[in-house]
Each structure stands twice: as C-alpha cells, then as structure tokens.
Design a protein around this ligand. Sequence first.
Ligand code: SF4
Ligand code: SF4
Length: 73
Amino acid sequence: MKVENNPGNQAKCVCPNCPSYDECMEEKKELLFCSVGATACSMEQKGCICGSCPIKIENGLSSGYYCVSGAEK
Ligand code: SF4
Ligand code: SF4
C-alpha cells in the first residue's frame, strides 16, 4: 500500500525520535521515508522505531528501515 505524503502523515512520523535519524536528515527535513523513499544522507543504522509508528500501524506496513530500503511498495 502506498503511504500518502501529506502534512498530517508527516506529523505522525516518529523518525525524528529514532536513534538512526541524524543531523543530515534533520537539516534536509526528511520524514516519512515509507512514502517518499530512502534518505539522501549516508546515515548509520542504529535501530529503527517504525514498529511503534502510527503510520505503520494504520497502513499495515510490513517492514522498517525505510530510510535505507526506500518506500513501501
Ligand atoms: S513507518 Fe517509519 S518511515 Fe514511515 S512514517 Fe513511521 S517512522 Fe516514518
Ligand atoms: S525509517 Fe526507521 S530507521 Fe529510518 S529514521 Fe525512520 S524509524 Fe529510524
């Protein structure tokens, strides 16, 4: 299922609270990777908290680390 990139969904994304979310992502205001695709930053994988995100639950997403693997297909 495709996740819509809109302000409501952006506000629900918990990526900014994630240990893998770095300064580069913050500067680029990147969010909602499950919708928009992978990060342009060379981030380090320090864990993923998509499992606790309302977007993941509402949209029945099956995976995580969307900042690395790209949007949910
Ligand atoms: S599922 Fe992950 S990438 Fe998608 S909105 Fe939630 S925290 Fe962000
Ligand atoms: S997609 Fe997962 S690993 Fe990447 S920033 Fe969001 S919660 Fe963290």
